[in-house]
Design a protein around this ligand. Structure first.
Ligand code: GLY
Length: 346
C-alpha cells in the first residue's frame, strides 16, 4: 500500500503523467500546500456546516476566495455549477489557479465539474470530509450534477491534482453519514473479499482508496471494468431519485447490493448461500437496511433504471457470478420487475 507511516499513508492513482497522490491520515491537511503549487488564487468551495479544514496557515500568502454552495442533492444542479464558475470569474481566476473542494461527495462532484468546465479546465484538489467522499466520490475523477430525469446525468471525467483524506474530519460525522460510507465499504467487501471492518480506521480508508485507485487506473473512463464500482448502484440510483433523495446514497447502495445478489440468484449466477452472505455483510457487518422501501411503483423504478448511465443494451446491472462481480447487459426486464415486485416492502 504505497509509502506509509503510522499516521499518514499515501496511495497513488496511477494515470501516467496525470497520476496523483491521495494522502490519508490524521492531520493529512498538512499536505495541502504541497498540492497547490504555484497558484496565486485558490477558490475554496464548501457548504455551511462543513469542518473548516482549510485555514490560512495551510494556504500561505495566496488569495483565497471562499464559495459556499447549497446542501443536498437538490442543489446538485447545472445552476450551482454556473454560480461557481461566475464566482471563479469574479475572483479573476485563470488556468494557473486551483479550486479546492472541501466537503462530501456532493461538493467534490459539483466543484470538480465546475473546475472541469471553467476556462475549459482548471486544477482541483479534493478534501473530502465524509467517509463516503474519502472512500469513493473524491477518488477517480468522476464529476457531475443531477437532472430532474436522474442522478449524475451531466458531468465529466476530471482527475484532481491530489486528494487529502484528513481522518480528523470524521470525528464529528453524523451517524447517517457514517452509514453512507459503510454502503460503499460493503461494496468493496464484495469486490475484493477483504474484511475491511477488521482494519483500523486509517488503514481501512486507505485500503478502499487503494482498491478504487487500482480499478480507475485500469479503466479510467469506464470503458468496461470500472463499472464494477457501480455494484449495487443501479437500483440505488433509482431509489434515490424516486424517493426525492430521502434515501441517502450509501443507504440505497446497501439495498441495491442485496437486490443485485437476489437478481444474480434469479438468473442462476449465484446460490442462496451467497445471497445470505450479502445480507450478512450489509445488515450485520455494516448495520445497513436491505429491504426495498415502497417509494415508487415498480414501473417507475424500471424506467429510472433504464436511464442509468451504464445501460447500453436494455437493462444493465453489475452482478456477482462465477467470474466474480461484473457488468451484465441486456438483463431480462420481466425478471427484474417480477423480483422487484416480490421484494418491495409494503
Ligand atoms: N463511484 C463509481 C466510480 O467512481 O466509478
Amino acid at each position: 500500500m504505497g509509502e506509509s507511516t503510522p499516521a499518514l499513508t499515501t496511495v497513488t492513482v496511477d494515470l501516467g503523467d496525470r497520476s496523483y497522490p491521495v494522502h490519508v491520515g490524521h492531520g493529512a491537511i498538512s499536505r495541502l500546500e504541497g498540492l497547490i503549487g504555484e497558484a496565486r488564487t485558490v477558490a475554496v468551495v464548501s457548504q455551511d456546516g462543513i469542518p473548516n479544514l482549510v485555514n490560512p496557515a495551510v494556504l500561505g500568502d495566496r488569495r483565497v476566495e471562499r464559495l459556499t454552495i447549497g446542501r443536498g442533492e437538490v442543489a446538485k444542479t447545472l445552476s450551482t455549477v454556473g454560480d461557481l464558475c461566475s464566482g471563479f470569474a469574479a475572483a479573476g481566476m485563470n488556468r494557473a489557479d486551483v479550486v479546492i473542494a472541501v466537503g462530501g461527495g456532493m461538493v467534490t462532484d459539483v466543484a470538480g465539474f465546475a473546475a472541469s468546465a471553467f476556462h475549459r479546465g482548471i486544477d482541483v484538489v479534493h478534501v473530502p470530509t465524509t467517509l463516503l467522499g474519502m472512500v469513493d466520490a473524491a477518488i477517480g475523477g468522476k464529476t457531475g450534477v443531477n437532472l430532474p430525469e436522474g442522478k449524475n446525468l451531466v458531468g465529466a471525467f476530471w482527475q484532481p491534482r491530489g486528494v487529502i483524506c484528513d481522518v480528523d474530519a470524521l470525528a464529528t460525522l453524523p451517524d447517517r453519514e457514517v452509514r453512507c460510507g459503510n454502503g460503499e465499504m460493503a461494496k468493496y467487501h464484495f469486490l475484493t473479499g477483504d474484511d475491511l471492518a477488521a482494519l483500523d480506521e486509517v488503514t481501512r480508508i486507505a485500503r478502499c482508496v487503494e482498491i478504487k485507485a487500482e480499478v480507475v487506473a485500469s479503466d479510467e473512463r469506464e470503458g468496461g471494468r470500472r463499472a464494477i464500482l457501480n455494484y449495487g448502484h443501479t437500483l440505488a440510483h433509482a431509489l434515490e431519485t424516486a424517493s426525492a433523495h430521502d434515501l441517502a446514497h450509501g443507504e440505497a447502495v446497501g439495498i441495491g447490493l442485496v437486490f443485485a445478489a437476489e437478481l444474480a440468484r434469479a438468473l442462476g449466477r449465484i446460490d442462496a448461500e451467497r445471497v445470505d452472505a450479502h445480507r450478512e455483510v450489509v445488515e450485520g457487518l455494516y448495520g445497513l437496511g436491505a429491504d426495498i422501501p415502497d417509494v415508487a411503483p415498480v414501473s417507475e423504478l424500471m424506467a429510472l433504471m433504464g436511464r442509468d448511465k451504464k445501460a447500453i443494451g436494455g437493462l444493465t446491472f453489475v452482478l456477482d457470478g462465477p467470474n466474480g462481480v461484473e457488468p451484465v447487459a441486456g438483463v431480462d426486464p420481466v425478471t427484474v420487475a417480477d423480483l422487484l415486485g416480490s421484494l418491495v416492502r409494503r
